[in-house]
Design a protein around this ligand. Structure first.
Ligand code: GLN
Length: 494
């Protein structure tokens, strides 16, 4: 049962073929079996999960109508608060902290009867592209344990690829849902900014952060998207509009007559040939289904990475100021408040987090503000205009999700710029606040590792990504004869 999709699990639960307790236990058993190798989880909530599952089973027995995903297990990125359950954000700074409240995403998961298995590993405060910046050690890619699972949400994606959970929650500030999906052969969606509440999502860069669904199929992601999405009065940037009809779009999957725009700037130099080959083969499959492929140019995208690495650190330097050793989390030393704050931050934050805080503080300092932060904001506007113009020519825009397949653990750990380049294709959508999806395009010929196909849609038109994504997924799965993860190595033999 753990190899099935969440939709299939939900159907089996509904038909009474399996109970949620049995399904949850099967996943907890898989975690016990493989997570010593994968390290996708920072915390496994055995008792909490089983008691949620029991409650759902009882409700079902009593005959009440349950939401579609009721009883299906899920892995939660450790950046989301869950009442009473440890939430570390992959940082020593929050070790041992148990939040006194649920994030809105968790509230909605509970309302939908989704069973939360535990918290997944991540780069510290979501800063990174490989999960190597976690203070609790890296997560390993189930396709090759010597490689990274992407980041910052590598734990969530690895949990899906290792069949430890059929669904997961990620957050995406510059690519942290989509890039891990790409390198693990899974599906990840960054909804339109404001489409899923940020209440209880520990802030990294508030104008970019967006929670979203991670799954093994496009339809599964759609169900999860509808469960967690929609207006929330507790988030001042939440969009007050209905969730786009993503489940219906995923079921439809008809791309006949749709215009698909290939972004010229997001290919070529720096992209692995095998990744580009798979991208082009996917385009061919979409064309065969009646989509029209057009080329579009977004000339300011070349500046997206630079703008992002000024805006995100600037916001992070402000957001992370709350970790002051006074209110919650770690406290080191004694003496004046300033001494304690200094000692605590020195001990509690890792290298990358410190680098970003220093970068952001500098970019915001008087005398430099206009030159750095101000210019970056102008670039942000130009990138939004690039998208607006491109969407006049196409219904959705596409690119490879990440320039390469998963690299080796340690390979880029001491080269921040090389690490930042992983998100070159995902960052523009965050800057513009629009939606982006990654789904597997196949295994690259050089290394046999998964690559991702990215689909982007205008704000609040997230359903278009699901329509195109499910069309491509269906074509690819029928070409391969099985889902991509069926060819992943089997873990837990040790
Ligand atoms: N890798 C990017 C960064 O380090 C994006 C991270 C994210 O989306 N949370 O900032």
């Amino acid at each position: 049962m753990i190899n099935k999709s969440a939709t299939e699990m939900a159907a089996a639960l509904k038909a009474g073929e399996i109970s949620s307790v049995e399904l949850t236990q099967a996943h907890l058993d898989q975690i016990t079996k493989v997570d010593s190798e994968v390290h996708a989880f920072l915390y496994v909530d055995n008792e909490g999960a089983l008691s949620q599952a029991r409650a759902i089973d009882e409700k079902r027995k009593s005959g009440v109508d349950l939401p579609p995903l009721a009883g299906v297990p899920l892995a939660l990125k450790d950046v989301m608060t869950q009442k009473g359950v440890p939430t570390t954000c992959g940082s020593k700074m929050l070790e041992g902290w148990r939040p006194p409240y649920d994030s809105t995403v968790v509230t909605r998961l509970k309302e939908n009867g989704v069973v939360i298995l535990g918290k997944t590993n991540m780069d510290e405060f979501a800063m990174g592209s490989s999960t190597e910046n976690s203070a609790y050690g890296p997560t390993h890619n189930p396709w090759d344990l010597t490689r990274i699972p992407g980041g910052s949400g590598g734990g969530s994606s690895a949990a899906l690829a290792a069949f430890e959970a059929p669904l997961a929650i990620g957050t995406d500030t510059g690519g942290s849902i989509r890039q891990p999906a790409a390198v693990t052969g899974t599906v990840g969606v960054k909804p339109t900014y404001g489409g899923v509440s940020r209440y209880g999502l520990v802030a990294f860069s508030s104008s970019l952060d967006q929670a979203g669904p991670c799954a093994r199929t496009v339809l599964d992601a759609a169900y999860l998207h509808e469960a967690i999405g929609g207006y929330d009065k507790l988030d001042s940037t939440s969009i007050n509009a209905p969730v786009p009809p993503v489940v219906a779009a995923a079921k439809d999957g008809n791309v006949k007559g749709m215009k698909i725009g290939v972004i010229k700037e997001l290919q070529g130099d720096g992209y692995q040939p095998g990744v580009l080959k798979l991208f082009n083969e996917s385009l061919e499959l979409l064309a065969q289904q009646g989509a029209e492929i057009v080329e579009v140019s977004c000339k300011y995208f070349d500046y997206a990475l630079a703008a992002y690495y000024l805006i995100a650190p600037s916001e992070c330097s402000s957001n992370l100021a709350r970790f002051d050793a006074m209110r919650y989390g770690m406290r080191v030393g004694s003496g004046s408040a300033e001494d304690v704050m200094n000692l605590t931050r020195q001990a509690g934050f890792g290298r990358e987090v410190k680098r970003r805080i220093i970068l952001g503080t500098y970019a915001l300092s008087s005398g430099y503000y206009d030159a750095y932060y101000g210019s970056a904001q102008k670039v942000r506007t130009l990138i939004s205009r690039d998208f607006e113009n491109a969407f006049k020519l196409a219904d959705v825009l596409v690119s490879p999700t990440a320039p390469t397949t998963a690299f080796k653990i340690g390979e880029k750990a001491n080269d921040p710029i090389a690490m930042y380049l992983n998100d070159i294709a995902t960052i523009p959508t965050n800057l513009a606040g629009i939606g982006g999806m990654s789904l597997p395009s196949g295994l690259a010929e050089e290394d046999g590792l998964p690559a991702g196909f990215q689909i982007m849609a205008p704000a609040m038109q997230d359903d278009r990504m699901y329509k195109v994504g499910s069309a491509l997924e269906a074509a690819l799965v029928s070409k391969w004869g099985q889902p991509i993860l069926a060819s992943a190595p089997k873990l837990g033999a040790k």
